[in-house]
Design a binder for this molecule. Structure first.
Ligand code: GLN
Length: 194
């Protein structure tokens, strides 16, 4: 593919995403500055701690620039904390926590009952069963009409898409399966913007 996919590398589980993209022969760079962002055509926002990432996004000057790029149609894939960063509403967030409102969903941080640490499960998706690793995962409590649900767990959406924005509440970079990254690259990044 032409172009470079960036992985936001301010904090969290960014390295495994770059490995997945490299395995698909996609050029990947870690994004820490506005200059890095200028080199990419699409962006992955990894898991980690969304409140810390929010803080670092603002202090690095990246927040406003990413916000503009998303408004211009840049393809984005958020996983776990990355999904929280893309959501329009965050419950149980820190008071000063910001998000891009690129996905019309409400998420509650760390909301999977008492299973605060992690669990794994298989999820039915349009690409077949995907193994989901959930680590202090956000729960989607509301989705807007323009959001497409691609995977659910116990009735809750966990894999969603709104136009050029894809988000998973689990960690698709932590297993051997590259189908979600392939879907992002082939069906969202490489497709012409409408
Ligand atoms: N609980 C984290 C947060 O609220 C997300 C966890 C993760 O990304 N694995 O940011």
């Amino acid at each position: 593919m032409n172009g470079v996919v960036g992985v936001l590398a301010l904090q969290g589980a960014f390295a495994a995403h770059c490995e997945k993209l490299a395995a698909l022969d996609v050029e990947c760079i870690e994004v820490r500055t506005t200059e890095d962002l200028g080199k990419v055509t699409a962006l992955v926002m990894p898991g980690g701690e969304s409140s810390t990432m929010s803080h670092l996004l603002v202090s690095s000057g990246l927040f406003d620039v990413i916000d503009e790029r998303i408004a211009d149609g840049m393809a984005v894939f958020g996983t776990c904390a990355g999904m929280i960063l893309l959501a329009s509403d965050i419950a149980d967030g820190r008071d000063d926590q910001r998000s891009f409102s690129a996905l019309d969903i409400s998420v509650r941080r760390n909301a999977y009952g008492r299973q605060v640490d992690s669990f794994e499960t298989d999820l039915a998706t349009p690409f077949g069963d995907v193994h989901g690793v959930f680590i202090r995962a956000p729960r989607i409590e509301r989705i807007g009409k323009s959001v497409e649900v691609l995977g659910s767990h116990d009735g809750d959406p966990v894999l969603v898409r709104q136009g050029r924005v894809l988000a998973a509440s689990f960690h698709p970079e932590l297993n051997e399966d590259e189908r979600l990254h392939r879907f992002f690259v082939e069906e969202i990044v490489m497709k012409e913007q409408e």
